[in-house]
Ligand binder design. Structure first.
Ligand SMILES: N[C@@H](CCC(=O)N[C@@H](CS)C(=O)NCC(=O)O)C(=O)O
Length: 207
């Protein structure tokens, strides 16, 4: 069996969390290498693009969170076999990554600049993406984003959207999803309450 090592910050969210979750749900052994934010300057030196997450598969080190999540999702049985359902799964993951990138652009800002940048997201792109996601969910049957079953798209949605309204991001209201796309709130509660997921977060703490 391949030896897997996933390297990322020590917090229950962000770009490696869907892969961690998929590996746990699939019962796939891996080294869950979590490091402190203060150690990032050192850790990044040992990564190909000076970024995390990375996944080692034996001696091969791979970058790009969605590619990693897709790979481990396939190992865990959480990725559609059907090509069209795979496309719908990837589409949602790509849109969620857009949200990550838009938010990421505000990290490091402070004061009025941060407020202006976050307010602009809250009044423009974020509700648009949330409404689109709600619409995708509804048009794919209302329960899951793809394949009528739990896939990595749901894991990424849970991590990304729960983090978005966690209250830990200044100027992003905790009721943003309720206001823009209320069906997503019920969906996130439902996915978070799946016993294996609830059990995982009772161990590692939710974002
Ligand atoms: N496209 C990459 C982006 C990775 C990324 O930006 N990671 C952040 C942490 S979540 C990082 O390492 N940022 C430092 C940098 O880009 O210099 C992916 O999806 O893995």
């Amino acid at each position: 069996m391949d030896k897997l090592k996933l390297t990322y910050f020590d917090f229950p969210g962000g770009r490696a969390e869907p892969a961690r979750l998929a590996l746990h749900l699939g019962g796939i052994p891996f080294e869950d290498y979590r490091f402190a934010f203060s150690d990032f300057p050192e850790v990044r030196k040992a990564t190909p693009l000076n970024q995390v997450p990375t996944l080692h598969i034996n001696d091969l080190q791979v970058t790009q969170s969605d590619a990693i999540t897709r790979y481990v999702g396939k190992l865990a049985g959480l990725y559609p076999d059907d090509y069209l359902q795979g496309l719908l799964c990837d589409e949602v993951m790509g849109a969620l990554e857009d949200v990550n990138i838009k938010l990421g652009a505000t990290f490091g800002m402070t004061g009025d600049d941060l407020k202006a940048a976050r307010d602009a997201l809250v009044t423009g792109p974020l509700p648009k993406y949330l409404r689109w996601l709600e619409n995708q969910l509804e048009s794919h049957g209302g329960e899951f984003f793809a394949d009528h079953r739990l896939t990595i798209a749901d894991l990424k949605a849970l991590v990304c959207l729960r983090g978005l309204v966690s209250g830990k991001l200044d100027h992003i209201p905790t009721n943003l999803i309720d206001t823009a796309a209320p069906k997503l709130t019920a969906y996130l509660q439902r996915i978070g309450n799946i016993p294996a997921i609830a059990q995982y977060y009772s161990k590692f703490g939710a974002a």
